[in-house]
Design a protein around this ligand. Structure first.
Ligand code: UD1
Length: 368
Protein backbone atom coordinates (compact mmCIF):
# COMPACT_ATOMS: atom_id res chain seq x y z
CA UNK A 1 0.00 0.00 0.00
CA UNK A 2 0.95 3.68 -0.18
CA UNK A 3 2.68 5.80 2.45
CA UNK A 4 -0.13 7.88 3.93
CA UNK A 5 1.30 11.37 4.53
CA UNK A 6 -0.47 13.52 7.13
CA UNK A 7 -0.80 17.29 7.24
CA UNK A 8 -3.07 19.19 9.58
CA UNK A 9 -1.82 22.62 10.55
CA UNK A 10 0.21 25.39 8.96
CA UNK A 11 3.68 24.34 10.21
CA UNK A 12 3.17 20.89 8.64
CA UNK A 13 2.85 22.15 5.09
CA UNK A 14 6.43 23.38 4.55
CA UNK A 15 7.75 20.13 6.01
CA UNK A 16 5.61 17.86 3.84
CA UNK A 17 6.14 19.61 0.48
CA UNK A 18 9.79 18.53 0.02
CA UNK A 19 8.99 15.01 1.24
CA UNK A 20 6.30 14.55 -1.41
CA UNK A 21 8.69 15.86 -4.07
CA UNK A 22 11.44 13.50 -2.93
CA UNK A 23 9.01 10.55 -3.02
CA UNK A 24 8.05 11.42 -6.61
CA UNK A 25 11.66 11.92 -7.67
CA UNK A 26 12.88 8.68 -6.11
CA UNK A 27 13.49 5.84 -8.51
CA UNK A 28 11.19 4.01 -8.39
CA UNK A 29 8.72 6.62 -7.14
CA UNK A 30 7.43 5.98 -3.62
CA UNK A 31 3.62 5.72 -3.74
CA UNK A 32 1.89 8.12 -1.38
CA UNK A 33 -1.51 9.41 -0.41
CA UNK A 34 -1.87 12.89 1.11
CA UNK A 35 -4.38 13.19 3.95
CA UNK A 36 -5.27 16.63 5.37
CA UNK A 37 -7.00 16.49 8.74
CA UNK A 38 -8.50 19.96 8.25
CA UNK A 39 -7.14 21.28 11.58
CA UNK A 40 -6.27 24.51 9.75
CA UNK A 41 -8.78 25.39 7.08
CA UNK A 42 -9.06 29.05 6.20
CA UNK A 43 -7.55 30.89 3.27
CA UNK A 44 -4.77 32.53 5.30
CA UNK A 45 -3.81 29.53 7.41
CA UNK A 46 -4.16 26.94 4.65
CA UNK A 47 -4.94 27.75 1.01
CA UNK A 48 -2.17 30.30 0.39
CA UNK A 49 0.45 27.97 1.86
CA UNK A 50 -0.65 25.12 -0.38
CA UNK A 51 -0.33 27.34 -3.45
CA UNK A 52 3.03 28.82 -2.48
CA UNK A 53 4.54 25.44 -1.61
CA UNK A 54 3.09 23.81 -4.75
CA UNK A 55 1.55 21.13 -2.58
CA UNK A 56 -0.87 18.87 -4.43
CA UNK A 57 -4.48 19.01 -3.29
CA UNK A 58 -4.96 16.41 -0.55
CA UNK A 59 -6.38 13.08 -1.71
CA UNK A 60 -8.57 13.11 1.40
CA UNK A 61 -9.61 15.96 3.70
CA UNK A 62 -11.00 14.92 7.07
CA UNK A 63 -12.47 18.39 7.72
CA UNK A 64 -12.11 18.37 11.50
CA UNK A 65 -11.73 22.14 12.03
CA UNK A 66 -11.27 23.86 15.40
CA UNK A 67 -12.21 22.60 18.84
CA UNK A 68 -10.79 21.86 22.27
CA UNK A 69 -7.69 19.67 22.26
CA UNK A 70 -9.77 16.63 23.23
CA UNK A 71 -12.42 17.22 20.60
CA UNK A 72 -9.91 18.05 17.85
CA UNK A 73 -7.74 15.02 18.61
CA UNK A 74 -10.72 12.69 18.94
CA UNK A 75 -12.32 13.89 15.70
CA UNK A 76 -9.09 13.32 13.76
CA UNK A 77 -8.87 9.80 15.19
CA UNK A 78 -12.49 8.94 14.48
CA UNK A 79 -12.27 10.17 10.88
CA UNK A 80 -8.81 8.80 10.10
CA UNK A 81 -9.50 5.22 11.21
CA UNK A 82 -11.69 4.27 8.20
CA UNK A 83 -9.07 5.75 5.86
CA UNK A 84 -6.45 3.37 7.25
CA UNK A 85 -8.88 0.46 6.94
CA UNK A 86 -9.67 1.26 3.33
CA UNK A 87 -6.24 2.32 1.98
CA UNK A 88 -4.11 -0.32 3.74
CA UNK A 89 -0.99 1.87 3.90
CA UNK A 90 2.52 0.44 4.16
CA UNK A 91 3.12 3.12 6.78
CA UNK A 92 1.83 6.48 7.99
CA UNK A 93 4.21 9.45 7.87
CA UNK A 94 3.65 12.34 10.28
CA UNK A 95 5.62 15.57 10.73
CA UNK A 96 6.06 17.99 13.62
CA UNK A 97 4.09 18.20 16.82
CA UNK A 98 0.53 19.38 16.24
CA UNK A 99 -2.60 17.62 17.46
CA UNK A 100 -3.07 15.96 14.05
CA UNK A 101 0.41 14.41 14.36
CA UNK A 102 -0.41 12.58 17.58
CA UNK A 103 -3.99 11.68 16.61
CA UNK A 104 -2.99 9.93 13.37
CA UNK A 105 -0.06 8.23 15.07
CA UNK A 106 -2.35 6.70 17.71
CA UNK A 107 -4.77 5.41 15.09
CA UNK A 108 -2.08 3.83 12.91
CA UNK A 109 -0.06 2.24 15.70
CA UNK A 110 -3.13 0.54 17.20
CA UNK A 111 -3.90 -0.97 13.80
CA UNK A 112 -0.40 -2.37 13.50
CA UNK A 113 0.59 0.13 10.80
CA UNK A 114 4.14 1.46 11.25
CA UNK A 115 4.51 5.20 11.84
CA UNK A 116 7.34 7.37 10.57
CA UNK A 117 7.89 10.63 12.49
CA UNK A 118 9.79 13.44 10.79
CA UNK A 119 11.24 16.04 13.21
CA UNK A 120 11.42 13.57 16.07
CA UNK A 121 13.14 14.00 19.42
CA UNK A 122 12.81 17.75 19.93
CA UNK A 123 12.09 18.57 23.57
CA UNK A 124 11.37 21.82 25.38
CA UNK A 125 11.04 19.90 28.67
CA UNK A 126 7.96 22.02 29.34
CA UNK A 127 4.93 19.78 29.64
CA UNK A 128 2.55 22.73 29.85
CA UNK A 129 3.08 23.08 26.10
CA UNK A 130 0.53 21.02 24.16
CA UNK A 131 3.15 20.38 21.47
CA UNK A 132 5.52 18.81 24.03
CA UNK A 133 2.87 16.22 24.93
CA UNK A 134 2.34 15.52 21.23
CA UNK A 135 6.10 15.10 20.69
CA UNK A 136 6.75 12.80 23.64
CA UNK A 137 3.81 10.50 22.90
CA UNK A 138 4.34 10.36 19.13
CA UNK A 139 8.02 9.45 19.51
CA UNK A 140 7.31 6.83 22.14
CA UNK A 141 5.08 4.79 19.80
CA UNK A 142 6.32 5.65 16.30
CA UNK A 143 8.54 3.07 14.58
CA UNK A 144 10.98 5.20 12.61
CA UNK A 145 12.26 8.55 13.91
CA UNK A 146 13.99 11.13 11.70
CA UNK A 147 15.77 13.96 13.51
CA UNK A 148 16.81 17.50 12.56
CA UNK A 149 19.61 18.06 15.07
CA UNK A 150 21.90 15.77 17.05
CA UNK A 151 20.51 16.75 20.46
CA UNK A 152 17.29 14.91 19.54
CA UNK A 153 18.89 11.45 19.74
CA UNK A 154 20.03 12.12 23.31
CA UNK A 155 16.51 13.22 24.27
CA UNK A 156 15.10 10.04 22.77
CA UNK A 157 17.69 7.86 24.48
CA UNK A 158 16.67 9.38 27.83
CA UNK A 159 13.13 8.19 27.13
CA UNK A 160 14.32 4.66 26.50
CA UNK A 161 13.99 4.71 22.73
CA UNK A 162 16.36 2.35 20.93
CA UNK A 163 19.03 4.01 18.79
CA UNK A 164 18.25 1.80 15.78
CA UNK A 165 14.87 3.50 15.40
CA UNK A 166 16.51 6.92 15.03
CA UNK A 167 18.15 8.47 12.02
CA UNK A 168 19.67 11.98 11.77
CA UNK A 169 18.68 13.30 8.34
CA UNK A 170 18.62 17.10 8.70
CA UNK A 171 15.79 19.57 8.41
CA UNK A 172 13.03 19.29 5.81
CA UNK A 173 11.76 22.75 6.73
CA UNK A 174 15.09 24.13 5.52
CA UNK A 175 14.70 22.09 2.30
CA UNK A 176 11.60 24.20 1.67
CA UNK A 177 13.33 27.42 2.58
CA UNK A 178 16.28 26.85 0.26
CA UNK A 179 14.19 25.68 -2.68
CA UNK A 180 11.82 28.66 -2.42
CA UNK A 181 14.24 31.42 -1.54
CA UNK A 182 14.55 32.77 -5.05
CA UNK A 183 10.74 32.97 -5.29
CA UNK A 184 10.27 35.06 -2.12
CA UNK A 185 7.94 38.04 -2.54
CA UNK A 186 9.11 41.62 -2.03
CA UNK A 187 8.25 42.99 1.46
CA UNK A 188 7.00 46.33 0.12
CA UNK A 189 4.39 44.58 -2.01
CA UNK A 190 3.38 42.33 0.88
CA UNK A 191 2.62 45.19 3.27
CA UNK A 192 1.27 47.74 0.78
CA UNK A 193 -2.41 46.96 1.32
CA UNK A 194 -2.08 47.08 5.14
CA UNK A 195 0.32 49.96 5.86
CA UNK A 196 -0.73 53.57 6.46
CA UNK A 197 2.70 54.54 5.09
CA UNK A 198 3.88 51.88 2.61
CA UNK A 199 7.26 53.64 2.26
CA UNK A 200 8.00 52.91 5.94
CA UNK A 201 9.86 49.67 5.22
CA UNK A 202 12.06 51.32 2.65
CA UNK A 203 13.51 53.69 5.28
CA UNK A 204 17.16 53.40 6.23
CA UNK A 205 16.29 51.90 9.63
CA UNK A 206 14.93 48.76 7.97
CA UNK A 207 12.23 46.81 9.79
CA UNK A 208 11.59 43.93 12.15
CA UNK A 209 9.15 41.01 11.93
CA UNK A 210 6.91 39.81 14.76
CA UNK A 211 4.77 36.70 15.22
CA UNK A 212 3.04 35.53 18.40
CA UNK A 213 0.56 32.72 18.88
CA UNK A 214 1.55 30.46 21.82
CA UNK A 215 -1.29 30.13 24.33
CA UNK A 216 1.20 30.99 27.12
CA UNK A 217 1.85 34.38 25.47
CA UNK A 218 -1.50 35.34 24.00
CA UNK A 219 -4.19 33.73 26.16
CA UNK A 220 -3.57 35.86 29.28
CA UNK A 221 -4.51 39.55 29.07
CA UNK A 222 -1.67 40.77 31.31
CA UNK A 223 1.08 38.86 29.48
CA UNK A 224 -0.23 39.86 26.07
CA UNK A 225 -0.58 43.51 27.11
CA UNK A 226 3.00 43.70 28.38
CA UNK A 227 4.37 42.05 25.23
CA UNK A 228 2.45 44.47 23.00
CA UNK A 229 3.74 47.32 25.17
CA UNK A 230 7.39 46.45 24.62
CA UNK A 231 6.79 45.90 20.90
CA UNK A 232 5.39 49.39 20.74
CA UNK A 233 8.53 50.75 22.40
CA UNK A 234 10.78 48.90 19.96
CA UNK A 235 8.68 50.23 17.10
CA UNK A 236 9.78 53.77 18.01
CA UNK A 237 13.27 52.83 16.76
CA UNK A 238 12.36 50.21 14.18
CA UNK A 239 9.15 49.77 12.20
CA UNK A 240 7.62 46.36 12.88
CA UNK A 241 5.61 44.04 10.64
CA UNK A 242 3.32 41.88 12.79
CA UNK A 243 1.90 38.86 10.93
CA UNK A 244 -0.97 38.02 13.23
CA UNK A 245 -2.32 34.53 13.95
CA UNK A 246 -6.15 34.37 14.27
CA UNK A 247 -5.86 33.26 17.91
CA UNK A 248 -3.83 36.39 18.71
CA UNK A 249 -6.10 38.72 16.75
CA UNK A 250 -9.14 37.32 18.55
CA UNK A 251 -7.58 37.74 21.98
CA UNK A 252 -6.40 41.30 21.34
CA UNK A 253 -9.99 42.21 20.52
CA UNK A 254 -11.47 40.23 23.40
CA UNK A 255 -9.07 41.75 25.96
CA UNK A 256 -9.58 45.28 24.57
CA UNK A 257 -5.88 45.74 23.69
CA UNK A 258 -6.22 47.05 20.13
CA UNK A 259 -5.16 50.55 21.13
CA UNK A 260 -1.65 49.27 21.94
CA UNK A 261 -1.15 48.57 18.24
CA UNK A 262 -2.60 51.85 17.09
CA UNK A 263 0.56 53.31 15.56
CA UNK A 264 1.62 53.54 11.91
CA UNK A 265 5.00 52.07 12.94
CA UNK A 266 3.46 48.66 13.60
CA UNK A 267 2.00 47.18 10.45
CA UNK A 268 -0.45 44.42 11.31
CA UNK A 269 -0.95 41.79 8.62
CA UNK A 270 -3.13 38.71 8.48
CA UNK A 271 -1.20 35.40 8.51
CA UNK A 272 1.02 35.43 5.45
CA UNK A 273 1.65 33.08 2.59
CA UNK A 274 4.93 31.17 2.61
CA UNK A 275 6.62 33.28 -0.05
CA UNK A 276 5.50 36.56 1.54
CA UNK A 277 6.83 35.44 4.92
CA UNK A 278 10.11 34.32 3.37
CA UNK A 279 10.55 37.74 1.74
CA UNK A 280 9.71 39.55 4.98
CA UNK A 281 12.17 37.40 6.96
CA UNK A 282 15.01 37.64 4.48
CA UNK A 283 14.87 41.45 4.57
CA UNK A 284 14.40 41.85 8.33
CA UNK A 285 16.98 43.22 10.79
CA UNK A 286 15.44 41.29 13.65
CA UNK A 287 12.65 38.77 14.23
CA UNK A 288 10.69 38.55 17.48
CA UNK A 289 8.65 35.36 17.70
CA UNK A 290 7.34 32.46 19.74
CA UNK A 291 7.17 30.15 16.72
CA UNK A 292 9.23 26.97 16.47
CA UNK A 293 9.71 27.15 12.72
CA UNK A 294 10.84 30.78 12.67
CA UNK A 295 13.63 30.01 15.14
CA UNK A 296 15.03 27.60 12.55
CA UNK A 297 14.33 29.75 9.49
CA UNK A 298 16.08 32.79 10.99
CA UNK A 299 19.10 30.63 11.82
CA UNK A 300 19.18 29.37 8.23
CA UNK A 301 18.90 32.95 6.92
CA UNK A 302 21.39 34.42 9.42
CA UNK A 303 18.85 36.91 10.82
CA UNK A 304 18.97 37.64 14.59
CA UNK A 305 15.95 36.12 16.34
CA UNK A 306 14.60 36.90 19.81
CA UNK A 307 12.38 34.07 20.99
CA UNK A 308 9.66 35.17 23.40
CA UNK A 309 9.60 31.89 25.31
CA UNK A 310 11.33 30.50 28.40
CA UNK A 311 12.65 27.42 26.61
CA UNK A 312 13.19 25.98 23.16
CA UNK A 313 12.93 22.47 21.77
CA UNK A 314 15.40 23.58 19.07
CA UNK A 315 18.59 24.27 21.07
CA UNK A 316 20.85 24.20 18.03
CA UNK A 317 19.35 27.54 16.97
CA UNK A 318 20.77 29.01 20.19
CA UNK A 319 24.03 27.03 20.36
CA UNK A 320 24.99 27.53 16.71
CA UNK A 321 22.39 29.81 15.16
CA UNK A 322 21.13 33.37 15.55
CA UNK A 323 18.50 32.68 18.21
CA UNK A 324 18.37 34.21 21.71
CA UNK A 325 15.80 33.14 24.32
CA UNK A 326 14.33 36.21 25.97
CA UNK A 327 11.17 34.82 27.57
CA UNK A 328 8.48 37.33 28.46
CA UNK A 329 10.85 39.47 30.54
CA UNK A 330 10.23 42.96 29.19
CA UNK A 331 13.66 44.26 30.22
CA UNK A 332 15.43 41.37 28.49
CA UNK A 333 13.40 41.85 25.33
CA UNK A 334 14.11 45.59 25.29
CA UNK A 335 17.84 45.11 26.02
CA UNK A 336 18.39 42.43 23.38
CA UNK A 337 16.39 44.34 20.77
CA UNK A 338 18.46 47.48 21.42
CA UNK A 339 21.71 45.53 21.20
CA UNK A 340 20.64 43.98 17.91
CA UNK A 341 19.70 47.37 16.47
CA UNK A 342 23.05 48.74 17.65
CA UNK A 343 24.73 46.16 15.42
CA UNK A 344 25.44 43.62 18.15
CA UNK A 345 22.89 41.11 16.85
CA UNK A 346 23.80 37.47 17.17
CA UNK A 347 25.49 35.86 14.19
CA UNK A 348 25.70 32.13 13.73
CA UNK A 349 26.46 29.28 11.42
CA UNK A 350 24.33 26.85 9.48
CA UNK A 351 23.69 23.64 11.43
CA UNK A 352 24.86 20.27 10.15
CA UNK A 353 22.69 18.77 7.38
CA UNK A 354 20.49 21.85 7.03
CA UNK A 355 21.51 21.65 3.41
CA UNK A 356 18.31 21.28 1.40
CA UNK A 357 18.55 17.49 1.02
CA UNK A 358 16.86 16.12 4.13
CA UNK A 359 13.77 14.87 2.28
CA UNK A 360 15.93 12.96 -0.20
CA UNK A 361 17.67 11.22 2.69
CA UNK A 362 14.30 10.26 4.13
CA UNK A 363 13.08 8.89 0.79
CA UNK A 364 16.27 6.88 0.30
CA UNK A 365 16.11 5.47 3.82
CA UNK A 366 12.42 4.51 3.59
CA UNK A 367 12.90 2.87 0.20
CA UNK A 368 16.09 1.10 1.21
C1 UD1 B 1 -1.57 24.97 16.00
C2 UD1 B 1 -0.57 24.03 16.64
C3 UD1 B 1 0.71 24.80 16.95
C4 UD1 B 1 1.24 25.52 15.74
C5 UD1 B 1 0.14 26.42 15.20
C6 UD1 B 1 0.60 27.19 13.99
C7 UD1 B 1 -1.51 22.25 18.09
C8 UD1 B 1 -1.65 21.80 19.48
N1 UD1 B 1 -1.05 23.50 17.91
O1 UD1 B 1 -1.92 25.92 16.98
O2 UD1 B 1 1.69 23.89 17.37
O3 UD1 B 1 2.36 26.28 16.08
O4 UD1 B 1 -0.98 25.59 14.88
O5 UD1 B 1 -0.36 28.00 13.48
O6 UD1 B 1 -1.79 21.49 17.19
N2 UD1 B 1 -8.20 29.24 13.50
C9 UD1 B 1 -8.62 29.95 12.41
N3 UD1 B 1 -8.39 29.41 11.18
C10 UD1 B 1 -7.80 28.22 10.99
C11 UD1 B 1 -7.39 27.49 12.12
C12 UD1 B 1 -7.58 28.02 13.36
O7 UD1 B 1 -9.17 31.02 12.51
O8 UD1 B 1 -7.62 27.80 9.84
C13 UD1 B 1 -8.40 29.81 14.85
C14 UD1 B 1 -9.58 29.20 15.57
O9 UD1 B 1 -10.20 30.21 16.29
C15 UD1 B 1 -8.92 28.21 16.51
C16 UD1 B 1 -7.59 28.89 16.82
O10 UD1 B 1 -7.24 29.58 15.62
O11 UD1 B 1 -9.67 27.96 17.65
C17 UD1 B 1 -6.50 27.92 17.20
O12 UD1 B 1 -6.36 26.89 16.21
P1 UD1 B 1 -5.75 25.45 16.60
O13 UD1 B 1 -5.58 24.62 15.39
O14 UD1 B 1 -6.55 24.89 17.74
O15 UD1 B 1 -4.35 25.76 17.22
P2 UD1 B 1 -3.23 26.82 16.82
O16 UD1 B 1 -3.18 27.84 17.91
O17 UD1 B 1 -3.36 27.29 15.42
Amino acid sequence: GPVICIVGARPNFMKMAPILRAFAAHSPAIPELLVHTGQHYDKDMNDRLFEDLRLPQPDINLGVGSGSHAVQTAEVMRRFEPVVDEKKPSCVLVVGDVNSTLACTLVAVKKGVPVVHVEAGLRSYDRRMPEEINRVLTDQIADRLYTTERSAAANLAREGIAADRISFVGNVMIDSLLSNRALARAPAATVSAFAADPALLAGSAGYGVVTLHRPSNVDHADVLASLLGVLREIADSLPLVFAMHPRTRGNIERFGLSALLDTPRIIVLPPQGYLEMLGLLAGARIVLTDSGGLQEETTALGIPCLTLRENTERPITVDQGTNTMVGTDIDAIRRHAQATLAGQGKSGRIPELWDGHAAERIAADLAG
